[in-house]
Design a protein around this ligand. Sequence first.
Ligand code: NAD
Length: 488
Amino acid sequence: MSNVKEVRHFINGAYVSGGQGEFENINPATGRFESKVHEADRNLVDQAVAAARSALNGEWGRLTVEARSKMLCAVADGINARFDEFLEAEIADTGKPVNLASHIDIPRGAANFTVFAELLKAFPTEAFQQDTPTGYGALNYSVRKPRGVLGVICPWNLPLLLMTWKVGPALACGNTVVVKPSEETPTTAAMLGEVMNDVGVPHGVYNVVQGLGPDSAGQYLTEHPDVDGITFTGETVTGEAIMKQAARGIRPVSMELGGKNAGVVFADADLDKAVAGSMRSVFANCGQVCLNTERLYVERPIFEEFVERLSKGAGETVFGDPMSTETASGPLISEQHREKVLGYYEKAKADGAEVHTGGGVPGVGGDYDGGWWIQPTVWTGLEETDAAVKEEIFGPCVHVQPFDEQDEAVAMANDTDYGLATSIWTENLTKAHQVADQIDVGITWVNCWFLRDLRTPFGGSKASGIGREGGQHAFEFYTEHRNICIQL
Ligand code: NAD
């Protein structure tokens, strides 16, 4: 028997092989083969959608909110009970350091079930008493119904976290799902199937089809006529393609897309906090978080010191074994993505950037020399129109630009097609409120970054998305309103 690890589809409560081929899952920290992944064809996607439809019409659809909530809390417990297995799988797929994955990815993967299970129980019903010309008037009340069978298309940067950020509220609201994880990170979505079975989630409620995007499982799922809605996180151009695919049959979409996030640092900021916070906001997860800062605007009196301290911190980044708690940065996700990011490193230099630190590939040594490592990089001196300042790079790099006036910083921060997130660093409350009001994004942090309360709305404006996830805002997409009017 072969001992090659295989990652399969999960359809109607069972692991399923086959499809239109297989592809290799590579460990980004070593560049070595990790597992063989089965690629779904249209037939398997049909089977997954049919299983989800049948579960929606079956036992799952008849469960009370209380019973569903209890089951989802059990799913969270099931993830936590297998915490180390999920952790190991996520690290093998992404190369991210254990400190990050054990504090963010896996705990949030579990919390995404409990938080929505609890929120749904407290979700109110709306009612209006209406006057009528004659008689006793009318009573209107609206109830929320599950949207139906949902296609869930996920990225690779926070695989379990971002997938459950959709599956948690979707199931809490009574929908059933077919998930298409990223081809780069297929494992934890497949593993979750076992947890669902262990805690008694009815077969067909949670399904996974493995594959790529175009002419593969992603496209087959999003254009499937029996899918009632599509929730997507990924690049803006992919979002455009999926919207076209979803247009057939008028299926609604929820879109969490790219960003080119700006940070604004005022001279009155607590500099220690601003430097440490910007270190995280720029370099966390090797720059592969949609919320990462890729542009920093720093008030002139502190500009030089800020650049020097940020560059020093970046230059001291520790690379190495992702399982070591000493390791601060993992690699990029793939060879192809590193080519893209290194392309921006070259382009920035050609456009006249001053490179304060980084700009290339570090020697990590040993087993890790074959991985997709990259140096954290700090630039100054570019024009606001240069590619490295305009386009989402999704790597550990930032351009720092000085400013003199608050309005100038706001104008530069807003000069982008994207509108996802910003961080403002100042000790002046008035300035913080003013700038927070003026920067056109969905998420603003003041004197912090990535401080998340899962009850709050999450998402971007402009090309960064459509709709909001998080808290009760997620229920807008995951339910359909039904108004009932009773003449009294
Ligand atoms: P991607 O768009 O390349 O891929 C995302 C998913 O879409 C993958 O599963 C892929 O297979 C699938 N896909 C690709 N083409 C498709 C098609 N035509 N039809 C259906 N599915 C298709 O994104 P990525 O590289 O995995 O992730 C990085 C991007 O995600 C960045 O742009 C980042 O900013 C964005 N992102 C946004 C958020 C957010 O909340 N706004 C969060 C994380 C990542």
